[in-house]
Design a protein around this ligand. Structure first.
Ligand SMILES: NC(=O)c1ccc[n+]([C@@H]2O[C@H](COP(=O)([O-])OP(=O)(O)OC[C@H]3O[C@@H](n4cnc5c(N)ncnc54)[C@H](OP(=O)(O)O)[C@@H]3O)[C@@H](O)[C@H]2O)c1
Length: 285
């Protein structure tokens, strides 16, 4: 298969490229080579390569940064996704778009299924949801994969970096009232590859089984790494940091549909243990 990956230098895009390279022709350009905010260039890059599948992993992913840089967030996450979908429509490629549990407001009190109504509460969430809108309205062959709190090799986000910070003896402040399901990037790329093989179209949730707050996640890292003197401080999200974007308090994603399709994600503790044992966290920045 010919596979094009946007955001190829990001955490998920980079890992996906590596995972799919055997037996496929994979091109995974970074932003310098394929900037999705430039419609003409983005559409041309897609139609020139003419992929069977395009995995759209590029996004402005700094959730708090999106509040301060609304225009950049809209250009990259909403319009950029529209451009990619237009390119896929022209090339006749299937598009797989990565979206987020943050499209929900977190007020349901139970895990969210694919049919629940989104109600985004931040600029990042709104722009990612607009991306979903473009993908589902411009294409017939698409998959929207909603994921949450991804950790893995080369991750620039807090959940990837936390084990290293803990090992360095840093005092770590963690919220105890934001609950969702961590997603190990190694498991995620296997699930995405499975969905492609199954020729799945539509919206599907992918995350590890189980749920935890950031504080519970930190405590699990501490126990698994055996760092007894690590200092973890639980705080409430409200008033934790100035200028932070609103986040859903409970945005656990149900993986029932994925399981019905035939793919079972491991529990998050099992996956976290594998991440820590692999030592991949050392490369997170
Ligand atoms: N990580 C999570 O916890 C999480 C949770 C839910 C959903 N997601 C979604 O999953 C996808 C992959 O996330 P990730 O964790 O791999 O993020 P990441 O490591 O931040 O990677 C995103 C990549 O997109 C690139 N990018 C930004 N603007 C671009 C543009 N205009 N044109 C082309 N590329 C651009 C970035 O390049 P620069 O570094 O040069 O800006 C970066 O390499 C994203 O769609 C994200 O919204 C992630």
């Amino acid at each position: 298969m010919k596979i094009l990956i946007t955001g190829g230098k990001g955490m998920v895009g980079g890992l996906l490229a590596e995972f799919l390279k055997d037996g496929n022709t994979v091109h995974a350009p970074g932003r310098e080579e394929l900037d999705i905010t430039d419609r003409e260039k983005a559409v041309k890059a897609i139609t020139d390569f003419n992929p069977d599948i395009l995995f759209h992993c590029a996004a402005f992913t700094d959730v708090d940064g999106c509040e301060n840089e609304r225009k950049r967030a809209y250009l990259a996450n909403a319009l950029g996704t529209q451009h990619v979908a237009e390119g896929c429509a022209e090339a006749g490629s299937k598009m797989v778009y990565l979206s987020t549990d943050f499209v929900f407001d977190g007020k349901k009190g139970k895990p969210y299924s694919e049919t629940d109504n989104p109600s985004p509460q931040s600029v990042y969430a709104e722009t990612k949801f607009l991306g979903e809108y473009y993908v589902s309205h411009l294409l017939n062959r698409f998959a929207i994969v909603r994921i949450s709190r991804v950790f893995g090799r080369s991750g620039r986000n807090f959940s990837s970096v936390l084990p290293r910070l803990m090992k360095e003896g840093k005092k770590i402040i963690l919220t105890d009232n934001l609950v969702n399901s961590p997603t190990y990037a190694d498991d995620l790329v296997k699930a995405m590859s499975f969905l492609v093989e199954k020729e799945f179209c539509g919206i599907v949730n992918v995350c590890n089984r189980g749920e935890c707050s950031w504080y519970q996640y930190g405590m699990a890292v501490k126990d698994m790494m055996g760092i007894e003197n690590a200092e973890l401080v639980p705080v409430k999200f409200e008033g934790f940091k100035k200028g932070q974007a609103e986040r859903p308090r409970y945005s656990v994603l149900s993986t029932e549909l994925l399981e019905t399709l035939g793919f079972s994600m491991p529990g998050w503790q099992d996956s976290l243990r594998r991440y820590l044992v692999s030592g991949q966290y050392i490369s997170s920045c």
